[in-house]
Design a protein around this ligand. Structure first.
Ligand SMILES: O=C(O)CCC(=O)C(=O)O
Ligand SMILES: [Fe+2]
Length: 264
């Protein structure tokens, strides 16, 4: 159905289309162990260089034409914890340009990847439960461009799982920092949450630099994370594909307005 998808991925290194054969099975086993241990799976060189170039060029064009640019602050819970999230000290800095799902070209390889069944099956095998693509008209698949000085500060995602594809690296900064499976602990320990939000490094904080072609699967709803400020003339570009544990789920209005400047 999506013949081009097979040319986007290094299927020799990552046989996601053959999960029930030897190499595919071994890959899933390894990814599953890593996900259990760290809340995250990183596959270097997952996208082929030509695919990275093509998606990057298209993303720059989509962003220049109709990317939404936001500067302000976001709540760490993105509207998913109405009471705990009301404190102004948990509102964090947020500046980036995001073309929404409906502004990403319909021929984009990102949409083909999202619709490709073997990728969804791989994610299910790694996280160990059924997953469903997001039904959000704006946020199901999104591109993020961080220019010099841009960042996305600490937050928990609305979606349960997110695939992040690294497309372009900045000269410096733009690191994904995350505190694995920290939601319950930090929601019960407001002081620790405030300290991380205020910039103090938590003992469990991990760093993931941006390397084009890399596939990242992470449990963004339970792992607090941020993208550190980007420095230099080259933007950091990433794309996110969102998954939930129930069908038909969407972002909330707060997050749609924050990310895209509109609710639909
Ligand atoms: O670009 C990334 O690495 C992650 C972006 C992110 O956390 C988000 O959009 O919620
Ligand atoms: Fe996120």
């Amino acid at each position: 159905m999506f013949p081009e998808v097979e040319s986007l991925i290094d299927l020799d290194g990552y046989p996601v289309h053959e999960l029930d054969r030897g190499a595919g099975r071994a890959m899933v086993e390894a990814a599953r162990r890593t996900f259990d241990d760290t809340s995250l799976v990183v596959l270097d060189g997952f996208l082929r260089p030509a695919a990275v170039r093509r998606i990057t060029e298209q993303s720059l064009a989509d962003a220049a034409r109709q990317g939404y640019r936001f500067t302000g602050s976001n709540n760490v819970y993105l509207g998913t914890e109405p009471t705990a999230g009301r404190s102004a000290e948990l509102d964090r800095t947020y500046t980036k340009t995001t073309p929404a799902f409906d502004r990403i070209d319909s021929t984009s390889p990102l949409k083909a990847l999202y619709g490709w069944e073997p990728l969804a099956q791989f994610i299910e095998a790694v996280v160990g439960r059924p997953v469903h693509r997001s039904a959000d008209p704006l946020g199901a698949v999104t591109v993020h461009l961080h220019h010099d000085g841009d960042e996305q500060d600490w937050h928990f995602d609305v979606s349960e799982y997110t695939v992040v594809l690294h497309l372009h690296a900045p000269q410096a900064g733009g690191v994904l920092q995350y505190v694995p499976r920290s939601r319950t602990q930090l929601t019960q320990n407001h002081r620790a949450l405030r300290e991380i939000a205020a910039g103090r490094r938590h003992a469990l904080t991990r760093d993931l630099p941006t390397v084009p072609g890399t596939f990242v699967l992470h449990a963004g709803r339970v792992s607090m994370h941020r993208v550190t400020p980007v420095h230099g003339p080259d933007p950091r570009i990433s794309a996110t594909l969102s998954y939930n544990i129930s069908p038909g789920l969407r972002l909330n209005e707060y997050t749609r307005r924050l990310y895209f400047g509109r609710d639909r």
